[in-house]
Ligand binder design. Structure first.
Ligand SMILES: Nc1nc2ccc(CNc3ccc(C(=O)NCCCC(=O)O)cc3)cc2c(=O)[nH]1
Length: 203
């Protein structure tokens, strides 16, 4: 699998995936970590774990299509079969998403379909919900609308701030993303032709 990360994020979702893929029982192996910016925490974490890294700086490309095509070339170079987006905040083109349909996972810090887009935790607080959480989904062309693989709920506590709620959701993310990685890498779950999740019978 490969993971994309973003500079200001601590790369803790990537770290959770690195630790999961290291388990002997894991069906996954992280072969490369790609970042769209140099010098990010995720690249350091990957190197520490002995995983190859690449930087594809989106600012060097004239279009999204060229940026995505370069990422696709790196994925093919490493023989990647599945991609995990961890803090990757660039919207991917339809061409890329179609090619990797059913192989591209993303984690979002809300119980989709509620609170799509950026600052989902803040949206939850402003909506006054008492239950929040995270969602791992297959990436579809429409942002944050792909088929849901795993969700985990967390309580919203009185006095919660965007930071305290984000920290609680992040703990859930570190369980949900590795769980989803295994479900898809092991073949227990796949994306059906109709765009819905298919659970293999013996799972
Ligand atoms: N086509 C497709 N691509 C994605 C790329 C990243 C993520 C991660 N979650 C994301 C959700 C939202 C955004 C967003 O709105 N960023 C501000 C605009 C940045 C830009 O101009 O690129 C980015 C990533 C999800 C998707 C997705 O659901 N579908």
């Amino acid at each position: 699998i490969v993971v994309f990360s973003q500079p200001f994020l601590p790369g803790t979702n990537l770290q959770a995936l690195i630790e999961q893929a290291k388990r002997p029982s894991s069906s996954a192996e992280i072969v490369v970590v790609i970042s769209n910016r140099p010098g990010v925490q995720g690249l350091k974490r990957a190197s520490l774990a002995g995983i190859q890294t690449r930087v594809v700086d989106h600012k060097l490309y004239g279009s999204r299509a060229e940026f995505d095509a370069t990422i696709d070339r790196v994925l093919e170079e490493f023989g990647v079969e599945m991609v995990c987006l961890a803090g990757f905040m660039r919207i991917l083109t339809g061409t890329f998403v179609k090619k990797w349909n059913g192989k591209l996972l993303n984690i979002h810090p809300s119980l989709l379909p509620s609170f799509k887009g950026v600052n989902a935790q803040k949206q939850a607080l402003q909506a006054g919900v008492r239950v929040a959480g995270c969602t791992v989904h297959f990436v579809a062309e429409e942002v944050d609308a792909g088929a849901i693989i795993v969700q985990e709920a967390v309580p919203v506590m009185g006095g919660d701030t965007e930071e305290s709620l984000s920290d609680r959701i992040r703990e859930a993310e570190h369980r949900a993303f590795p769980a989803a990685l295994e479900l898809v890498a092991s073949g227990a779950v796949r994306l059906g032709e109709d765009g819905h999740i298919v659970w293999t019978s013996n799972s």
